[in-house]
Ligand binder design. Sequence first.
Ligand code: 6GU
Length: 244
Amino acid sequence: MRLDIISIFPEYFAPLDVSLIGKARERGILDIRVHQLRDWTHDVHKTVDDTPYGGGPGMVMKPEVWGEAIDDVIGDGSPRMIVPTPSGRPFTQELAQELAGESWLLFACGRYEGIDARVMEEYSTRLRVDEVSIGDYVLAGGEVAVLVMIEAVGRLLPGVLGNAQSAVDDSFAPGAMRNLVEGPVYTKPPVWRGHEVPPVLLSGHHGKVARWRRDEAIRRTVRNRPELAAALDPATLDKHDRKL
Ligand code: 6GU
């Protein structure tokens, strides 16, 4: 999968050399190219922003610079374009799954009050463009959000996770545990500072372990994500679940 990132802070993407994503790059599963937006400016000050039409606080990123940058990066190709912004559609595990099926993504990172809207309008005529938000809070720019999206998408690519089952068992993953968060996990020793590992996990009884894990996932969903618990489809709950 090819990923291009355009930003005025390429240094933000140093973590993509590390860990799971770093390994995937070394192994050729991910081809990540980070571009400095200011390389496409023509003035001595390398200006990327200007005051907003209609007034108001802050600055808006200029369309001309973005247009030249995107044209050069994509050539005659057609990546799916992602614009991180708090006003975008929610980034979910479902969207991560969908993006993991693409062969080429282009991330256009805005700073300040955002990118002139005509940039998204222009490329929407040629590319699939999505404005995407990672949650209901405001970051200073899209860079950290893009790191989040790349990590979520990257770990779904074949060969990136050591254990393919890890992604199957994820909170929010499709399947039996869909719309539930994961329950607690334990490792050795069996007793630590007087706290015991739940005995069922030491029982070797796979059916009982699966039942216990589902119960704990439901309990944790109710406690930490009441809005998810309320929206659970009763048809996906068994008789035992309903008593919890
Ligand atoms: Cl994608 N960008 C910014 N700047 N803030 C955000 C966000 C994105 N998602 C949530 N907050």
